[in-house]
Design a protein. Structure first.
Length: 267
């Protein structure tokens, strides 16, 4: 897919920082939801954002994207504020947050991913429609381009939103639980897509709830529970000790995660 013409060329080595967060605090009605978050993530990583329910995982993504205000701190994407980097960022929200009754086709939704490139006064043309169809093909929905979005299954709807993100041709993607509520085939297809993005030098942040697949799916992990408990390569960060700190001794979850860690540990 073509890169945005005005977008500066970005290096694709892990020495480049994709996301840097300093002293991020977010509060709702004066009650902190995220507190004093500091982290740095290099580009080209597939990053799992992991923590218990209510830990602030979705809020973290929304705060990075300016969708909720910061009480303090700053966020930089490739060394600049998000407002200056919108063209290199893609976002896939939680499926439950979308009004699926809106009367648009799958192709219409994917075309929305091209709007940032076109600007305010241009409408998508044949080039953009061809790109949108290519993106639908990448998520195995080429035959559903003219289907009303509300007529698709939950997994198909999720794939359409991933195709929209692909049409943005971003450098950094933020995805809020893309694996939630999908069948095994769709989960495998989504994972393959995320791995392809990483192979292309993209950086992908994924809110994820399944501890047993975290090490298999990601090479970097952020452990979050209102505060940052750990951030780094999954092999050294996704440990039983760090999970204990993150989940506070919720034994069933921790036992499952610890077993997953043991099964994947080298002999």
């Amino acid at each position: 897919m073509p890169m945005q013409a005005s977008q500066p060329e970005l290096r694709t080595t892990s020495a480049v920082t994709a996301l840097e967060v300093h002293d991020m605090t977010v509060a709702y009605r004066r009650k902190p939801v995220l507190w004093d978050i500091d982290l740095t993530v290099p580009e080209g990583k597939l990053v799992g954002i992991v923590g218990p329910n209510g830990a602030g995982k979705s809020t973290f993504i929304k705060a990075v994207l300016g969708l909720v205000p910061l009480a303090s701190g700053k966020v930089e994407i490739y060394g600049k504020p998000y407002d200056q980097q919108r063209g290199v960022v893609g976002y896939v929200p939680q499926r439950e947050s979308v009004d699926w009754d809106f009367p648009v086709t799958a192709l219409d939704v994917v075309l929305m991913g091209t709007y940032g490139r076109l600007g305010w006064f241009r409408r998508p043309g044949a080039k953009e429609r061809d790109l949108a169809r290519q993106c639908l093909a990448q998520v195995e929905l080429a035959d559903f381009a003219d289907r009303q979005i509300r007529q698709l299954s939950g997994g198909q709807q999720q794939r359409v939103f991933l195709a929209r993100a692909l049409a943005q041709d971003a450098k950094v993607y933020f995805m809020d639980e893309p694996f939630a509520g999908v069948d095994a085939a769709t989960e495998a297809a989504i994972l393959g897509l995320l791995q392809n993005l990483r192979s292309a030098g993209k950086t992908v942040f994924v809110v994820h709830h399944d501890l047993q697949t975290t090490q298999e799916y990601f090479d970097w992990v952020i452990l979050l529970n209102m505060r940052l408990l750990a951030c780094g390569p999954v092999d050294t960060t996704f440990t039983t000790e760090n999970l204990q700190k993150t989940y506070g001794g919720r034994l069933t979850i921790l036992d499952q995660a610890a077993e997953a860690v043991r099964q994947r540990a080298p002999e």
